[in-house]
Write a protein that binds this ligand. Structure first.
Ligand code: NCD
Length: 353
C-alpha cells in the first residue's frame, strides 16, 4: 500500500471518533443513517410498519406511491462493487416517484479519476441531491461524508442526508435493517429464537450491523450462535456490544454443535477482497459450505438467510438451484424486503411519510 493510501485510511477512520451519528429518537427527518447504533426498538417498529405499508402499496400498484417522493433526488455514490444495495436503493427511490443521479459510467469516471478526495466528491453530490447513498471500502467513510455534509448544509439551499450502503469492513446498517425486518416478519421475532451466523464474522459488515441491531432491539430469550474459523471471529467490539445488551452469545467453530437447535441461519460469503494475503483466504475458504444435505439436518421450520452475493459457500450452481427450491430458503424474500425497507427509510428521512 502506498503512503498516501495508508494516510487516507487513517484520516477516514478518525471520523469514527470525530462524528457521532444522531440517535433517531422517533424522528428520522433529515438524519444521516450511518450506523445501526442510531436505532432503538421503537424506531425499528416505526420503520417496519412503514416498510409493510410500502410492500402493500407496491403489491397493489398504488398509483399514488409515485407522489411520495416526486421531485426528490437521490445521488448514488458507489466506490465499491454492488448489485443489490445500489439497485434496490435506486428502485426504491424510483418507485416513490423520485429520481436518481450518479456519475455517468460510475464514480471511477468522476473527478475521483483526477484525484479528487472523498469529501469533495460528497460535497458535489450534496449540492444536487436530497439524499446521498454511499458505499466505500474504508471504515468511517460514511462518517466522514456526514461530517462534511453537516458543514455544507449550513451554506447551501437544499440540505442533504447521507445513507451508508456499506463502510468497508465496518457496518452495513441498511442491510441489517432489512435482515431484521425479514426475521421479524417470518419468525415473529427476533424474540425467543436461536439465530446462527456462519462464515466470515470478522470482515462481514452485514454481520456486525445485524448482531448489534439484535442487541438494540433488546431481543428477549434469544441466543446468538457465532460460527466461524478462529481467524474470522467476530470483532470484540461487536461481541461486547451485543453482550452488554443482554443477549446470550455462543461462539464455536463447529456448526453441528448448534445447527439442530437453530431457528434462523444467516450464511455469509468469505470476504475475499478484504484479505491482505491470498493464502490466508485459501486456508479457510472451504470451511463452511451450505448444501442441501446440510440444510436437511436443520429444524423443519428453520429459515436460511444470506445477504448475497453467494459464491461457493453455497456449493455449486446445482446446489444453489436445489436450495432455492427449498421453502426454508428465504434469501429472495430477504432481497425483495431490501427495497421495501429502503423505501420506508428514505421516505422517513425525507419527511415524506
Ligand atoms: C453484502 C455487502 O456488500 O457487505 N452484500 C450486500 O450488500 N447485500 C455482503 C457481501 O458482499 O458478501
Amino acid at each position: 500500500m502506498t503512503d498516501n493510501a495508508t494516510m487516507s485510511i487513517r484520516q477516514t477512520e478518525q471520523f469514527l471518533h470525530l462524528y457521532k451519528p444522531p440517535a433517531i429518537d422517533g424522528n428520522f427527518k433529515g438524519k444521516h443513517i450511518i450506523s445501526v447504533e442510531q436505532f432503538h426498538r421503537q424506531d425499528l417498529e416505526a420503520l417496519y410498519a412503514v416498510s409493510k405499508t410500502m410492500r402493500q402499496r407496491v403489491m397493489e400498484h398504488d398509483r399514488d406511491l409515485v407522489r411520495l417522493c416526486e421531485g426528490r433526488l437521490m445521488a448514488s455514490l458507489f466506490f465499491e462493487a454492488s448489485t443489490r444495495t445500489d439497485m434496490s436503493f435506486q428502485a426504491a427511490m424510483r418507485r416513490m416517484g423520485g429520481s436518481v443521479v450518479s456519475a455517468s459510467n460510475g464514480v471511477q469516471f468522476s473527478s475521483v479519476y483526477k484525484g479528487e478526495n472523498l469529501a469533495d466528491t460528497v460535497r458535489a453530490a450534496g449540492c444536487y441531491a436530497d439524499i446521498i447513498v454511499i458505499r466505500h471500502p474504508q471504515i468511517g467513510s460514511s462518517y466522514e461524508a456526514a461530517y462534511y455534509l453537516d458543514r455544507l448544509n449550513e451554506r447551501i439551499t437544499i440540505p442533504t442526508a447521507v445513507i451508508s450502503g456499506g463502510d468497508g469492513a465496518g457496518e452495513h446498517p441498511t442491510q441489517a435493517l432489512l435482515d431484521l425486518f425479514t426475521i421479524a416478519d417470518l419468525k415473529n421475532g427476533p424474540d425467543n429464537l436461536t439465530i446462527t451466523l456462519v462464515g466470515d464474522l470478522l470482515y462481514g459488515r452485514t454481520v456486525h450491523s445485524l448482531v448489534k441491531l439484535i442487541g438494540l432491539w433488546g431481543a428477549q430469550n434469544t441466543t446468538l450462535c457465532l460460527v466461524s474459523p478462529p481467524s474470522l471471529r467476530i470483532p470484540d467490539t461487536v461481541l461486547d456490544f451485543v453482550q452488554k445488551h443482554g443477549i446470550t452469545v455462543h461462539e464455536t467453530t463447529d456448526l453441528y454443535e448448534v445447527l439442530h437447535q437453530t431457528d434462523v441461519i444467516y450464511w455469509t460469503r468469505i470476504q475475499e477482497e478484504r484479505f491482505a494475503r491470498k493464502a490466508d483466504y485459501e486456508a479457510i475458504s472451504d470451511n463452511f459450505i451450505m448444501t442441501p444435505a446440510v440444510l436437511n439436518q436443520a429444524k423443519r421450520d428453520v429459515i436460511l438467510m444470506h445477504p448475497l452475493p453467494r459464491k461457493h459457500e453455497m456449493g455449486t450452481p446445482h446446489d444453489h438451484d436445489i436450495l432455492d427450491q427449498n421453502p426454508r430458503s428465504v434469501y429472495f424474500q430477504q432481497m425483495e424486503n431490501g427495497m421495501f425497507v429502503r423505501m420506508a427509510l428514505m421516505a422517513m428521512v425525507l419527511g415524506a411519510v
